[in-house]
Design a protein around this ligand. Structure first.
Ligand code: UD1
Ligand code: CA
Length: 458
């Protein structure tokens, strides 16, 4: 029997009180539905999963349609049973169907593999767990022989039934032929006037089909996101798990509760990360790096032994070995730093390459530039790369000294060993080894201050 995964993602998510469909709310920087798509992909890489989408469906589809999946619209959200029914035309009779929920994002591959392995093919497999506070979930009712007899939704449950701690995770595994037989028979005669998928248990019991239950031991894997508090709870759980994993791999975290990982992150050995660091997108941190507090690294690669000082923001940057960045530095997309480059406080670099041992230490903007090695850029230097219409390139050779408060008006080239006097506006290319300065007369008027103050009456 081939495994076919159906992901339910059509629900409105009323309790989120949001204009964004619930399944597009992010956990660790990734939409809830995308977490489940990734899980499904690793279980059945060859068979596209079926995603049932509906509420604000165009948004959901637009955000994630690049995945190799089948999209089926549930035009009206008439319940979980109705949602699965929409997918049946895409499923062959001898498939085995695994039902996942876009709002149950952290179910692990290991748990599902075990569930699939342990559930006999002809059984209805049901994943359950025990919760200290089971409110909101369907409760699992069992008979004296511990056989499942019924799933009771919270809204239908009596006070006594509400005390049952074993809950329905909503994740099922069963032959498609059962679904094709039972789903058309569902009735919406319940408190929510919905076609409940949970009613398939009733049919299984009637037809004496064995219900195999597997228990999930880590409850967070099957907690649903129905409101923003539950989303925040799962976010924290996920972050703590990631932090623990990195610590086990040899990363020192000043406080494992104050790091946020929102992407695919690789961290080398003996890396030390201070508090309130955010790692987003694809981030690679080489061995021995030191990451200062309040730093954001997004889609960035750091070579070995890089030091990032406090409050720096790096986005789309490639930083070579032993560079020193910050505090308060901003590296924007397209920044490529060779080795041992220093970028200091209040420096912004965009779409520029800087060679080995080059230093830009204070209050400068370097944009659309190619800078050689061992260059020293003084304080307050600006590459003027934009004339309001087009962007132009600045080229700076090796060992160039750019004096403080200079402006380099692109397009412009400073060849090797050029010396730019401070406060120079460079508008034309400068040949190798030349000094460039703006002839300006410096005048001094002795005693001027006293006269000026008298005029002002002070
Ligand atoms: C459901 C189960 C409950 C279980 C819980 C686990 C039913 C009737 N109840 O309740 O027993 O404990 O999940 O998390 O199945 N959806 C659709 N179309 C619809 C309705 C829902 O696609 O018409 C999707 C939602 O997007 C969501 C999932 O199905 O991903 C579950 O729906 P939701 O309304 O959140 O069900 P729960 O009340 O959580
Ligand atoms: Ca739910």
């Amino acid at each position: 029997m081939a495994l076919q995964i159906v992901i339910l993602a059509a629900g409105q998510g009323k309790r989120m009180h949001s204009d964004l469909p619930k399944v597009l709310h992010c956990l660790a920087g990734k939409p809830l539905l995308e977490h489940v798509i990734h899980t499904a992909l690793s279980l059945t890489p060859q068979t596209p999963s079926i995603i049932v989408y509906g509420h604000l469906g165009h948004q959901v589809h637009a955000a994630l349609s690049h995945y190799h999946t089948h999209w089926i619209e549930q035009k009206e959200q008439l319940g979980t049973g109705h949602a699965v029914q929409q997918s049946l035309s895409k499923i062959s009779d001898d498939d085995r169907v695994l039902i996942l929920y876009a709002d149950v994002p952290l179910i692990s591959i290991a748990t599902l593999k075990k569930f699939i392995h342990d559930t006999p093919e002809k059984d209805v497999g049901l994943l359950t767990t025990f919760l200290a506070d089971p409110s909101g979930y369907g409760r699992i009712q069992r008979d004296a022989k511990k056989q499942v007899t019924h799933i009771i939704e919270e809204k239908e449950a009596s006070a006594k039934e509400k005390t049952i701690n074993e809950i329905n995770t909503g994740i099922y595994l069963l032959p498609a032929s059962y679904l094709k037989k039972w789903l058309p028979q569902l009735q919406a005669d319940n408190a929510q006037a919905e076609y409940y998928l949970t009613d398939i248990i009733k049919f299984a019991v009637e037809e004496k089909i064995h219900i195999h239950t597997s228990e999930v031991t880590v409850a967070e894997e099957v907690l649903g996101v129905n409101d923003r508090a539950q989303l925040a709870h799962l976010e924290r759980y996920y972050q703590e798990k990631m932090a623990e994993q990195f610590m086990r791999q040899g990363v020192t975290l000043a406080d494992p509760r104050r790091i946020d990982i929102r992407g695919e992150v690789t961290i080398g050995r003996d890396v030390s990360i201070d508090v309130n660091v955010i790692l987003e997108g694809r981030v690679i941190i080489g061995d021995g790096c030191i990451i200062g507090p309040h730093t954001i690294l997004r889609n960035t690669v750091l070579g070995k032994g890089v030091e990032i000082k406090a409050n720096s923001v790096l986005d789309g940057a490639e930083v070579g070995a032993e560079c020193m960045i910050g505090p308060f530095a901003r590296l924007r997309p397209g920044t490529i730093l060779a080795e041992q480059v220093h970028v200091g406080n209040f420096v912004e670099i965009k779409n520029s390459e800087l060679g080995n041992k080059t230093k830009v230490n204070h209050l400068s903007y370097v944009g659309d530039s190619e800078v050689g090695s061992e260059v020293n850029v003084g304080a307050g230097v600006i590459t003027c790369n934009y004339d309001g219409i087009n962007k132009y390139k600045t080229t700076i050779g090796n060992r160039v000294q750019v004096g403080s408060d200079s402006t380099l008006v692109a397009p412009v080239t400073l060849h090797d060993d050029v010396y730019v006097a401070s406060a120079t506006t460079v508008r034309h290319d400068v040949p190798k080894g030349a000094l460039v300065y703006n002839a300006r007369e410096e005048k001094v008027r002795e005693g001027w201050t006293e006269g000026h103050r008298k005029k002002g009456g002070k």
